[in-house]
Design a protein around this ligand. Structure first.
Ligand code: WT7
Length: 655
């Protein structure tokens, strides 16, 4: 954790009340109802969460609401629950049976939809298929797919039989896939032949095949055929999806698993090289996904919820799959690039399907904004009633654009702060109640106790920047880092351990401030993790990819603010002695090298060559100085711990 003070520069005083039109139809618009909920959550938090859990189906009720054994929580212990049952069976036994669960549009324009009862059948077939392969409760199943309904079917089929899914973003390279399969010891991999991206067919299956060669744990690879091309199996562990489910019954009796049974592992970047596999369990996670989805998005039976996040990120888990489907909502998902073949695409989709809620990332909003108002203005977007953002701080300019051009000043904006680790939304407005300010995620949701504190744990003053912490356990919290409990303790729970005043604070790694109205303003990461296009990247991971190149001795990667992506990566590298290279072609080669080893999301925008990197006497690279060089070109901070002052001069000459 950095020591330096966090200074906030943003001054934003505009306040927007929910429109009367929105309030009229909102499921919660009475201040009294909100105040009652908030009061209950404050005075009796366990009772409050118990009430939320009661909105789900449990095979058996819990005996204890929360058991807190710092830093481990168990929620709804001894309760028995099945996430897949909650997302399917309880709807097909109600009037939702023939309601659309999923509308899907492929990038080339092909479409599919599933009613709840159709989705149930497909999930049951797949669950039976997995069982027929010998996959059992507790086994890990890796899912490496694009945004197609079958990815959701695969997740729910795993959940149904108690297998723990590990979804790996389809944009990751074969090395990244291999690492995540190896770390989770997955027994089975579910993938697809190809995905469409900007009109190009990318072979996921081939990337998967390369990875599997180095993964001894994998006993079966299931391949879904996205295209009509005949796809053949190439090894005896391969099986085609449609052949696997062909003769499987379309019914399967779901059983209840322990509330704390592992539902999924999801990898995210940390400040050291290795990605962290966050482990989420069933009852608490689903409670929070359901509660936050219904409240923050003010869901009603007619809504068509369009979340643009990929299934490979936590947003895809909580607000494509588990939140919406547990609530019996209709989701709209899209396979490809939102501005392909042109900037009309996303608006066209909203218009055609009459989406009522759009949930997307600030980086996407800034892209739409830059492409021009004429694209959204050419479409009838009047079906929209609510807009959401997630993934990074949104700059007020983009917020106002989103509100006026997309929302026509009628739709409230819910800026939702949360993390892979939190499982569900933590800080966000309840849209019919809470007035919004551009750039603020507003208030912690009822049930969530957040604060901004100094390094010593004392509360920061109004508007004083500090560290964002969560002061008490919440149901959706990750339970550990898979296979590395020590790291879990160290990263999240060692900054603010229990003392006479509290039971330990969760350290988010974000800087923030709280204004005079109690509104939270997130100021970004305080560790060596950077946010590029709404996704966290550990600079250490990119550095390690760079030094794996034979010409590179050392590397330091920092973030540079960018109008569209939030940040882009700039890499400083030193070349090994006696290596003779052409700098320009090496630059290109290194960028490709990072794309190949991690995925194009981590591709550096620029590579700077230097003779040495600025380091402290103990040998730590001073990324802070590199950041200063990049943002101002001037070094003003304290440099007395620098090992070699000359280094800075060289770096500046590179400008
Ligand atoms: C980090 C978590 C949560 C799903 C997507 C990202 C940043 C997230 C906001 C927001 C400001 C935000 C934080 C956080 N972040 N939402 N509304 N305002 N910053 O999940 O990859 O786990 O990243 O994203 O820095 O710590 P993630």
């Amino acid at each position: 954790m950095n020591n330096q003070n966090i200074t906030s520069l943003l001054q934003e005083d505009r306040l927007f009340e929910p429109s009367e039109q929105f309030k009229q139809n909102a499921s919660m618009s009475s201040k009294k109802e909100y105040d009652d909920i908030r009061k209950l959550a404050q005075e009796h938090p366990l009772e409050f969460w118990e009430k939320q859990a009661q909105n789900l189906h449990w095979f058996e009720s819990w005996k204890t609401i929360l058991e807190w054994d710092y830093p481990h929580a168990s929620w709804f212990k001894e309760g028995k629950i099945n996430a897949s049952y909650n997302c399917l069976d309880r709807h097909i036994n109600s009037s939702h049976k023939d309601k659309i669960a999923i509308y899907w549009e492929g990038e080339p324009g092909d479409t599919k939809s599933f009613t709840y009862s159709e989705l149930h059948k497909q999930v049951c077939k797949m669950a039976n298929g997995l069982l027929s392969l010998g996959i059992q409760k507790g086994d890990v199943v890796a899912i490496y797919m694009g945004m197609i309904p079958e990815a959701i079917i695969a997740m729910l089929a795993c959940a149904r039989i108690g297998a723990t899914h590990n979804v790996i973003f389809g944009g990751f390279s074969s090395d990244s896939l291999r690492d995540r399969i190896q770390d989770s010891q997955a027994k089975c991999l579910i993938t697809q032949d190809i995905v469409f991206r900007k009109g190009v067919e990318l072979s996921l299956r081939q990337t998967a095949q390369e990875a599997v060669l180095q993964c001894n744990s994998i006993q079966h690879t299931i391949i879904f055929q996205r295209t009509k091309h005949q796809c053949s199996v190439s090894s005896d562990i391969d099986i085609l999806w449609h052949e696997l489910i062909e003769n499987q019954p379309d019914n399967h009796i779901a059983q209840g698993f322990d509330s704390e049974h592992p539902l999924f592992i999801l990898y995210t970047s940390g400040s050291t090289g290795k990605p962290k596999g966050l482990l989420h369990t069933t009852g608490g996670y689903l409670t929070q996904a359901h509660y936050t989805f219904t409240r923050v998005f003010d869901i009603n039976n007619e809504d068509i919820f369009f979340c643009t996040a990929d299934i490979g990120w936590i947003t895809g888990h909580s607000y494509v799959t588990y939140g919406p489907l547990s609530a019996g909502a209709t989701i709209l998902i899209y396979e490809g690039v939102l501005v392909y073949p042109d900037a009309h695409r996303i608006w066209n989709i909203i218009e055609q399907y009459k989406a009522t809620i759009l949930y997307t990332a600030p980086t996407a909003i800034r892209t739409f904004m830059k492409l021009g108002d004429q694209f959204p203005l050419a479409h009838n977007l009047s079906s929209l009633r609510l807009l959401g953002t997630v993934g990074e701080p949104i700059n007020p300019e983009a917020w106002i654009w989103y509100k006026s051009i997309i929302g026509k000043d009628m739709c409230p904006i819910v800026d939702t702060w949360w993390q892979t680790e939190t499982g569900g939304i933590m800080i966000a407005p309840i849209p019919g109640i809470i007035a919004t300010k551009p750039g603020s995620a507003t208030l912690p949701l009822p049930g969530i106790l957040a604060n901004v504190v100094h390094k010593d744990g004392s509360q920061c003053d109004i508007n004083e920047g500090g560290y964002l912490v969560i002061m008490s356990p919440w149901p959706g919290m990750a339970r550990t880092i898979y296979g590395d409990n020590e790291r879990y303790k160290k990263v999240y729970w060692s900054e603010y351990p229990p003392n006479t005043e509290h039971q330990g604070y969760y350290f988010t790694g974000d800087g923030a401030r709280i204004d005079k109205d109690g509104y939270f303003w997130i100021m970004g990461r305080v560790d060596d993790v950077v946010n590029v296009s709404g996704h966290r990247l550990g600079t250490a991971e990119v550095e390690s990819a760079l030094v794996s190149h034979p010409a590179i001795a050392e590397a330091a990667v920092i973030a540079k603010p960018d109008d569209i992506k939030g940040n882009v990566l700039i890499a400083f590298v030193t070349i090994k002695k006696d290596v003779n290279v052409d700098i320009n072609s090496l630059k290109q080669e290194l960028k490709d090298h990072v794309s190949m080893h991690i995925g194009s999301i981590a591709r550096p925008e620029d590579i700077r060559f230097t003779e040495s990197l600025p380091k402290t006497r103990s040998g730590k690279i001073m990324r802070r100085l590199l950041r200063e060089i990049i943002s101002t070109g001037i070094i003003s901070g304290d440099t007395t711990t620098l090992e070699d002052f000359n280094v800075l001069e060289h770096l500046r000459e590179e400008e």
